[in-house]
Design a protein around this ligand. Sequence first.
Ligand code: DGY
Length: 321
Amino acid sequence: MAKVCITDAVPEAGLDELRAVGHEIRSWTGEQPPTRAELLAQVSGADAVLSVLTDGVDREFLDAAGPQLKVVANIAAGFNNIDLELCKQRGIVATTTPGVLFDSTADTAFGLLLMVTRRFGEAERLVRAGTPWRYRTTFMLGHAIQGMQIGLIGAGQIGTAMARRCKAFGMRIAYASEHPMKEPARSELEAVGLPIDELVATSDVISLHCPLTPQTHHILDAQRLAAMKPGSYIINTARGACIDEKALVEALKSGHLAGAGLDVYEHEPAIEPGLLGMENVVLLPHLGSATVETRITMTALAAANVLAVLDGKPAVTPAPG
Ligand code: DGY
């Protein structure tokens, strides 16, 4: 029987099939996530690891695990926490969980979009603070999203799911992506592919749905933020480092951007202090796919990847590349 290490708390219901096989499973039971030292000690001797996106799966991690390690199954669609090249060199299969979290993540992105454009975050804080208010026809007006252009950076499953929500609310759909949006979604949604600079310059809301890679690191840098339409909005449920966060603070402070809805941060869980005091910014603690149902399915898919590789079969959902 193989040794399987689960690096942090995961929904137990996602582990049924893995547990049924009878492998030796070492689960993290601490109240808090493991420290780096605890993580390295925990993975030592494992044949398979179920990792989470906060685990840096780098040389140190792989060395600590040992040469018997066969598979690292990330419970996430993202893979920026894993040194894929090194895994490949060492013959370790790395897997992710695409295809099961696009609706939850798009729900989060669309929720942020409404919160920011309609000022729901700001309004909720006002009520909770006990600030006196009365209905007035001019009170706390946001902007109607109907007719606005959403500019999606990334048009994979999550970007497409976001596009469907935006279309249903009367937005026009544009995107910039390495690959065209898949049919029939592209035609149904009348989605227009644009070069990224044109997308940025013409969209009323930019929403990020790309993986974090060297190519997408700071894909919204100071220059692109300055090129965005005055009064436009940014939504980020992808990865924080896709945006230059300091430059974002400046673009919001100057009033060039009307607001931002953020679920992810460049130096997560730390947040640029400038963002914390801004009323036109909605901040969530990386809840993208955080539903009971989705997290169980993600865990079960990661477990299925582990079982496949330990059985000598191809992984169900290998990491790209
Ligand atoms: C992922 O799977 O990469 C998401 O960020 C989780 O919410």
